[in-house]
Design a protein around this ligand. Sequence first.
Ligand code: ES4
Ligand code: ZN
Length: 324
Amino acid sequence: MKNFIAKLPKAELHLHIEGTFEPELMFAIAKRNNIEIPYKTIEEVKTAYQFSCLQDFLDIYYAGAGVLITELDFYDLTMAYFTKCKEDNILHAEIMFDPQTHTKRGVSFETVINGIHLAREEAESKWGITSELIMSYLRHLSEEDAFETLSQSLPFKHLIKAVGLDSSEKGNPPSKFYKVFKASAEAGYVLVAHAGEEGPAEYVWEAIDGLQVMRIDHGNNCLTDEILVQEVIKRDLALTVCPLSNLKLQVVKELDSHPLREMMKRGIKATVNSDDPAYFGGYLNQNFYALQEALDLSKEELVLLAKNSFQHSLLDEKRKKELL
Ligand code: ES4
Ligand code: ZN
């Protein structure tokens, strides 16, 4: 089965580039930027990566991203992820980045996007791996702040395909961002959002009706509302599910009680993704391996999940046809 999964062509649709920051690279970049980090060894870092909820993780994730300063840092970070794509047979990746995490620290939007973009071009020319960028607004910040990010993005609009919504979900419902999502759509961006990871089904309703997203990141809590499930199916909205993330953030107790099987059974289009692989214990293939074992997924089900990832990607129909 492992071999079957490893060879299966895949797309990854839910991946935070700041969440691919491996401790080894973090140490190297911190050193060259003369920044102190609160860990002495890789082991120390790894023991710090124990989370009881999303916020626990986010505190450490934002601190880690704080050592990224130059275009080269963002290039190295992104190139390291594409190397993993090559190893995992990911042919297409849709990469989220959090501009506010960096602009708040005085790193310019341009530095972030240029570094990421350079790596995207190299991955495509070297390995044929295509990618899209999703600029994610931080939901713990204000809508006004998101509007500022939207305007900073406009000179680079040709490099960005979509906007998303991430960070602390509870207490920050999608309704906080209706206006900026509407403006983002008018600017030409496709819309996605995290919803129903820790937040209730009500937040997923707001994401699909209020924000008008074409895909839901996580969406686990959809299952608590049968009318919502029917609506998600009717509108053909895919969920980008992240098994190891859910396990590490205690969204699920055990992988064998993961809702993915129930989602598939009910006819929801689900995809498998790694979210923040450097923090959650594995890249895409590891997520597939763990899930296959826990839920005893068949080869047919694995193929369906992989097909869904291409079908519900932001690729144009021509490239989808090539890859499917
Ligand atoms: C995230 Cl797992 C998760 N949830 C919400 N926001 C995020 N940002 C990075 N990872
Ligand atoms: Zn996420």
